[in-house]
Design a protein around this ligand. Structure first.
Ligand code: ADP
Length: 313
């Protein structure tokens, strides 16, 4: 079978993570514990998630001409992601996220977008044929907004389905929302977009309908360990979570997007695609870290096949 083709336009970051006994307050220096680096960036995470879930994935993005950039590009190649549209920018640092984590799991994060901010409209035009021949385009908000909008426009013009993850959370007008076939916020992002306070299933359903009325064909709100809710019309449907032994939900959302995108690219219905996303997200929560925790297709299919389908009415 020809693998379903997916294009991801988005960020590529190195996560620089230090554990610390306490998060520093302004002006304070604290002595931290071990330091580790992890491949990250929502774009790259979602590209790897889709590739591991069985998609044929091309990434459009930018890294700097530095060691992090080379490592991150190789990480994508090692995960079978096509990097012919991952540009290496001279004189710009690769994007980084500076992350401090305390013993309770609380963190502070500063992202320096670096090369991610240099993605241009010309880069998107150069990738136009990849976008238009893909079954699904996956977008987030860690590269400049006009770039995201242009990529979505090109996709819509050619019938490529747009899966839009509006992360990190920020208010948006309807321009981009109208270009989305499937809008996939988590609860926090949905709250930012709707102004509603998260408070369980009923509010999540209200959020999904409120967001759908702003333009996207369908809306899927991920609700962490509670699963997800989605709508593509009058009704909203609850997707129960897959029961797993969760240890770290980092990148569960990225795994969800990857699984959902692959299923949609393979012409599954929205409810099947949400199930794929939920299985991938649950599996990601069973492992520590971001990219290392993203599950492969065999694991996702195993979880899908051994779990009873539970959709709340
Ligand atoms: P994000 O990482 O963007 O905040 P979520 O935390 O909502 O995303 O997780 C995405 C999806 O992963 C959820 O909709 C759910 O299906 C699945 N998931 C996350 N955490 C768990 C968990 N502890 N148990 C089962 N499934 C989970």
């Amino acid at each position: 079978m020809q693998q379903a083709r997916i294009c991801v336009v988005g960020s590529i970051n190195m996560d620089l993570v230090v554990s610390t006994p306490a998060l520093p307050v302004p002006g304070q220096t604290v002595l931290g514990g071990p330091f580790r680096t992890f491949a990250g960036g929502k774009g790259a995470n979602q590209a790897v998630a889709a590739a591991r879930a069985g998609g044929h994935v091309a990434m459009v993005g930018c890294v700097g001409a530095d060691s992090y950039g080379m490592i991150l590009r190789k990480e994508l190649v090692d995960n079978c992601v096509d990097v012919s549209n991952v540009h290496i920018r001279e004189g710009v640092a690769t994007g980084v996220a500076l992350i401090a984590v305390d013993p309770t799991g609380q963190n502070t994060i500063v992202v320096a977008p670096g090369a991610n901010a240099t993605l241009t409209l010309a880069d998107i035009e150069q990738a136009a044929s990849i976008i238009s021949t893909s079954a699904v385009l996956v977008l987030q908000l860690e590269v400049p907004l006009p770039i995201v909008v242009r990529a979505a426009e090109l996709a819509r013009k050619s019938g490529t389905r747009v899966v839009f993850n509006p992360a990190p959370a920020m208010p948006l007008d309807n321009t981009l929302l109208k270009l989305a076939d499937v809008l996939v916020p988590n609860e926090t992002e949905a709250a930012t977009l709707t102004g509603l306070q998260p408070d369980g299933w009923t509010v999540a359903e209200h959020m999904a309908h409120a967001l759908r009325s702003r333009g996207p064909q369908s809306v899927v709100i991920t609700l962490g360990e509670r699963g997800a809710v989605f709508t593509d019309g009058e009704n909203s449907i609850r997707q129960a979570p897959f029961a797993v032994r969760a240890v770290d939900a980092t990148a569960a959302g990225d795994a969800f997007i990857g699984g959902l995108a692959v299923a949609l690219a393979e012409n599954c219905s929205l409810s099947e695609a949400v199930r794929w996303g939920a299985a991938a997200g649950a599996l990601a929560a069973t492992q520590h870290g971001a990219q290392p925790s993203l599950p492969d297709r065999a694991l996702i299919e195993k979880l899908l096949s051994c779990s009873v389908r539970i959709c709340y009415p």
